[in-house]
Design a protein around this ligand. Sequence first.
Ligand code: BGC
Ligand code: BGC
Length: 811
Amino acid sequence: MNGKSIAAALAAVALGGCMTTTRDTVPATTTASADSIDARVAALLARMSVEDKVAQLVMPDIASITSDDVRRYRFGTILNGGNSGPGGNDKAPAAEWLKLADAMWEASTAPRDDGRPVVPLLWATDAVHGHNNIPGATVFPHNIGLGAAGDVDLVRRIGQATAAEIAATGIDWTFAPTLAVTRDDRWGRTYESYAEEPELVARLGMALVEGLQGRQGTPEFLDQRRVIATAKHFFADGGTGGIDQGDARGDVDELIALHATPYIPSIDAGVQSVMASFSSINGEKLHGSRAMLTDLLRGQMKFDGLTVGDWNGHGQLPGCSNADCPDALLAGLDVYMVPEDWRGLHASLVEQVASGKVPMARLDKAAGRVLALKLRYGLMTKPRPSERTLGGRFETLGSPEHRAIGREAVRKSLVLLKNDGVLPIKSSARILVAGAGADNIAQQAGGWSISWQGGGDLTNADFPGATSIYRGIADALAQGGGRATLSADGRYSERPDAAIVVFGEPPYAEFSGDRRDLAYRDATSLALMQKLRGDGIPVVAVFLSGRPMWVNPLLEASDAFVAAWLPGSEGGGVADVLIGDSAARPRHDFTGRLSFTWPADCAQPVNNDGARTALFARGTGYGYTAPPPRRTFATECALTDNAAQDSVPLFDRRVGDQTRFAATDPGGVAPLDNFLGRSTQGTLIVRGIDRNAQEDARAIRWTAPADLTVHLPPLAQALPERAVLVIEYRVDRRPVAPVTLSGRGQPLSLAEALTIAEAKGWRDLRIPLACLGPDTPGSLTLHSEAAFAMEVSALRIEAGTGPQTEDCSVR
Ligand code: BGC
Ligand code: BGC
């Protein structure tokens, strides 16, 4: 790649007025004099040891450090991952976050008697749709909804509100905005993306940066009400063919034009950090790409803040491990996100500086960037977190003002795709509110909400102050003399005037959300809608999803259809648009417009490459003044049933399509969304753990008799004879009571296999389905009679590999 063509690509995509192509400013330093910051950085560096400087580059997770570690190592920065919270509790209340922030700050500023400088640490979090890790915070719609709203001023206000909520808990920095331009909606992070086109991503991303950090060149920039923003994940994370952490392939200049140019307005707005993407460009991982991290980002794009790696992203470079990776630093990465292996990484970097493998100049440059950021942010003179302007102002979290912004965002993000006249609903009407998503705040919030994956065992109680979609409808109807009745399964005793059915994707984050296709399969909601309509009740469908999906059967089965994305905590915004006054005059019209193409065909995943015919083109959005045309929707799906497929994944980093997990104990049956969560009485708990990648495996723990059931997808049931269930697993301690697997026949004992496997590490268990009974089962159930624990990293059914003769001695 040559520099000229990069410059040309950058210039060619200078968009409207908002993208400057004059790349000769040094944006991040314009408020405090650059000279004085440089001089102060140099003075600090001169007093720091190599160990101190390296510590500025090491970002551990709060789950893996104590304040003593901080006092000893003096890390420059720390983070809380999506599943980490104070004291190991990711549902900890705000006060505990602030207490931990104080403790960490105090440890990092403990006096030193050897003349080495005292440099406070910075704490970073993933506040990606509000301060979403904290119970009671305002949870805004995920970016895909904000893309549909398309309102720059709104996004700026969301940034400002989020900054205030973060500051209240004593945290300094958020890993947002995501500037991904998602080109294939099968990607599990599609909802983190504002749009499939760079222009809108650029404008809204810049607005969030301005809201979070304040406007550069004004006194509000990085003042005590603001936090540090991160543009991520640099770059082309959305160009990997729908595969998380994948490879974006193609002409580099075209990739830059599409995926890197949205960073320009954010850089111009003074964004202080950029996160490297896990993904690769033409086979080269971004974490190790000097061409991209240094030549492009620094050289061409003139970014002078700091670059931070993603979660052990450096460890994925060839020849690297989480604890040893000079190549990332040499390529231009400044801060390593190294949640657990910080001790080893610190030691290896110190040694590599001593041996000359890492030049001192490179170390100084990287550490200097961390220090410069701290100076610009005023950290050296800020008091402890709880004593800062907003520190401890917990009333900021979920304040009425912030919730009002959230509700406005929800209202503006809704996209009306169909309305045969049922909307708006009169506020005097009697409405049945049905569907699994109707009174389910965890589902409407999606991933990155309290926990990393969201959903699972979260209940409405985990979102204090939030409003479910049902609650918002009930409130609106109560005002007009109408009434809402909640019934998740749609049964009713008194015939309603209309039904609103809320349904959609269960929560997921990152690779857990990657899909093979975009066909939305939900026989339950479809049957429910068809039944209601059969009863002559008009049906309004409210679809919760992180992406457009092929939903034609549901469009066909409804009288009105609203794409509501992942609206977050302020579900009342849905009723604002659906429910009119008592004369059915709308209180608000729909203004949302698709920022993604809606697929016309269930087998057609790719956007924008010219190959895709849209059911609804990007920009579509109807409303009361511009109603959608009446039409019919073709409901056939061309996806074959893949009878020839030789392996059907049930779990492979993520749950397989149309596969469902559930846990049963004496308290009843509990669904395990994402193969995570707990049984009703908590006797069976499934947690995410790391085998080769983050949360790519599951720890399953029984404390008393309980069943783990996997409902097989039709594909697995259609596999020919001699199919085999393969379980990749590990057992630390053999079971003390029977453990069995059953399908349609006699339970099969796994005792021998699990005993042999004890403490032997990861291995495979292969069980011919024929051993589970004569007929192909619809589900498989793993039962333990007593306390037992095992880990599973993959579950699949392979066709035709079973033994000819039945050998059912499983070992
Ligand atoms: C953490 C997340 C992180 C993920 C890495 C999880 O265990 O909680 O914050 O993003 O791993 O993919
Ligand atoms: C994600 C990032 C996130 C980081 C920290 C990673 O897994 O890719 O988006 O900022 O974890 O939680």
